[in-house]
Design a protein around this ligand. Structure first.
Ligand SMILES: [Zn+2]
Length: 421
């Protein structure tokens, strides 16, 4: 494999070396910025293969080994502990000990693991990134997210998706050192499994009031979440079993939405659904039917407050009117029909008839009145731009592979061409 030149960032290198207390430089003390490669760049470069890392560099990484990061990289690759051990010729017992942090791998073993997983060796070290540190006892929010259905989502898929949320969290945390980011401002008001839709309506109204949302439609749901400190990102989550999900990281919640091919109206509903979880639920409620129903009720109430939408909703399946309402409120025809039924404007039988009619027309998967591109997250890309950070520098400073960072920044920005006037 051809190794591209590693760009050394003297300031980042110096800071990192100060932080970890190492002053070892490769090449007998060569200075950063010179052609010689500095330790931090070697450790953090996702293209540094085993043959190019010196024993000193491998030892430095092994000394700071983070079992949590090994687990994240393994889960990001979709591998079990045993499978990874087999791929790098470790015994299952050794793989298990490294995974649990009961033993530290030797430098050469760590380099093999890094190379196999496609991560820079420096990723596996304890650093300032939150994902490299073990959570405080009882604070395991980062290890559990709100996934739609635990039954239809495999553990492997969920863990891969969670690794992605950790990447967003690490990037946000890192960028907060250079740019003042909006503080997380998510009012918490728990809902229990026995609370009905009226309680959920109150929760949604409370959040709108706390955030000062004007009556009527929410013009930009993703922007609203970001202004209140919720980091949103889009990503091709790959397996279809994982839809939008959220992770209630302390102080910096993350919402991962589907890819940018998603329908605008459905994605807005998904974003509001995840907000509902962040407001009302704890991770131990994730994936349960009451919590999922409540998050859907929250999304409907948040995007279509009863008092504001009631005068506009039809009691019959007036399709022309529903398409116009879809444009105005940014919610799907299906969601408008359900809202009309919930608010007692449409009878159950009218709703059932309309729902069946949508099925026969193929509208349940492809409704009329397409609203165009899904809302684009902006916070992550704008913060990176303002910090003057590139995916290369972010990779060097956070340890995440550059290709992952590039992908997430690309997917989490507005890809529509800018019209020049
Ligand atoms: Zn959910």
């Amino acid at each position: 494999m051809r190794v591209p030149p590693v760009r050394c960032r003297p300031r980042a290198a110096k800071l990192w070396l100060l932080r970890v207390g190492y002053s070892v430089m490769s090449g007998g003390g060569s200075r950063c910025g010179k052609p010689a490669v500095c330790l931090i760049s070697v450790l953090m470069s996702d293209t540094s293969p085993l043959r190019d890392s010196s024993e000193a560099e491998r030892q430095a990484a092994a000394a700071l080994f983070s079992a949590r990061r090994l687990r994240l990289a393994r889960e990001a690759a979709g591998l079990t502990q045993t499978a990874l051990a087999g791929r790098v010729s470790l015994t299952p017992a050794a793989g298990s000990q490294f995974g649990k942090g009961e033993a530290r791998p030797a430098g050469t073993t760590l380099a093999r693991l890094a190379s196999d997983l496609g991560f820079p060796i420096g990723f596996f070290t304890v650093s300032a990134a939150p994902s490299s540190l073990d959570p405080a006892p009882g604070n395991d929010e980062g290890d559990r997210g709100f996934f739609r259905s635990l039954r239809s989502t495999t553990v492997t898929d969920r863990r891969r998706a969670l690794a992605l949320a950790h990447l967003v969290h690490d990037l946000a945390d890192h960028l907060s050192g250079a740019v003042r980011l909006p503080a997380a401002d998510v009012p918490r008001r728990r809902a229990g499994p026995d609370d009905d839709y009226r309680t959920v309506e109150e929760r949604a109204a409370m959040v709108r009031a706390t955030w000062g949302v004007q009556p009527g439609p929410v013009p930009d749901l993703v922007g609203l979440l970001e202004r209140h400190g919720i980091f949103c990102a889009r990503y091709h989550t790959g397996p279809h079993t994982v839809n939008a999900f959220s992770v209630p990281f302390t102080g910096r919640p993350v919402v991962i939405l589907g890819d940018d091919k998603a329908k605008r109206d459905r994605e807005r509903f998904s974003g509001a659904h995840e907000l509902g979880h962040l407001v009302m639920h704890s991770p131990d409620q994730a994936g349960t039917k009451p919590a999922e129903d409540q998050a859907n009720q929250f999304a409907a109430a948040f995007l279509m407050p009863a008092g504001d939408i009631r005068p506009e909703l039809p009691g019959t399946a007036a399709w022309n009117q529903l398409v116009a309402l879809k444009r105005r409120w940014g919610t799907s025809i299906g969601a408008l029909l359900r809202r009309s039924r919930t608010l007692g404007i449409m009878t159950d039988s009218t709703y059932q008839h309309a729902y069946r009619y949508m099925g026969t027309r193929g509208w349940r998967t492809n409704e009329p009145g397409d609203l165009g591109a899904a809302e684009a997250p902006r916070l992550l890309c704008q913060a990176a731009r303002q910090a003057g950070a590139s995916s290369t520098s972010l990779s060097a400073e956070t340890g995440w592979p550059e290709s992952w960072i590039e992908d997430i920044l690309r997917a989490s920005s507005d890809q529509r061409p800018q019209l020049q006037l």
